[in-house]
Design a protein around this ligand. Structure first.
Ligand code: ZN
Ligand code: ZN
Length: 213
């Protein structure tokens, strides 16, 4: 039996393109003050890209008690290799995060992503105001999963407890603050224009990332 809980309110998070500064609590990438810390990719050993950092009070997160003690929640995807082609999880404890699992091949980086990472502000848009026809890329938070999963999970990959659907990180070729080869803008690649559904554990401080088409 699946123990996956749903959240009601759905919003879209849009990367706004302007650089984030220290006062931005919600942002993509690495802020000028070096926040958040980075996580090593289990496959290629490069630092994973912190796609979003949210303060714990962001209402659309609706965090279960296992994560309520954190100051902020950061979501990590490796832009350097094919790691996100299979399910993985990231354990969060204070400012420390550890990524486990995912697609493991020879560990070679396939993209020449520039480091250090830049940052960008993000905006929350209600689902009603979200306009994909206008070229907006909106990463979904809350609501129900809208992408089909290759290998659905029915429990936390770290501890086996029930999970709650948190949202979905989309393939993003719009405003994501990623560059390659010394400054060329590059998309956040997840498979072939695919996505990652996020499930937060109800019992342990873990976010599960499920590859979805
Ligand atoms: Zn990697
Ligand atoms: Zn768990």
């Amino acid at each position: 039996m699946s123990r996956v809980e749903r959240m009601r309110d759905k919003v879209r998070v849009v990367i706004a393109g302007r650089r984030a500064d220290r006062s931005d609590e919600m942002f993509s990438g690495v802020r000028p003050d070096g926040q958040p810390s980075l996580v090593e990719c289990p496959n290629c050993r490069n630092p994973m890209f912190p796609v979003f950092t949210f303060p714990k009070g962001a209402p659309f997160l609706n965090l279960p008690k296992a994560l309520a003690g954190l100051e902020r929640v950061t979501l990590d995807v490796c832009p350097h290799c094919t790691h996100s082609l299979d399910n993985y999880f990231v354990r969060l404890s204070g400012a420390q995060r550890v990524a486990v699992g995912g697609y493991l091949d020879d560990g070679e980086a396939v993209e020449h992503i520039d480091l250090p990472y830049a940052s960008a502000q993000v905006e929350v848009v209600s689902d009603r105001d979200f306009d994909p026809e206008g070229g907006m890329i909106g990463h979904q938070f809350g609501g129900d999963p809208s992408r089909e999963e290759e290998r659905p999970i029915s429990a936390c990959m770290s501890c086996g407890s029930g999970v709650s659907f948190m949202g979905c990180i989309e393939y993003d070729d719009s405003e994501v603050p990623l560059t390659e080869n010394g400054g060329s803008p590059v998309a956040l690649i997840i498979g072939d224009m695919d996505a990652l559904n996020l499930y937060v554990c109800n019992e342990c401080p873990t976010i599960n990332y499920v590859y979805a088409r």
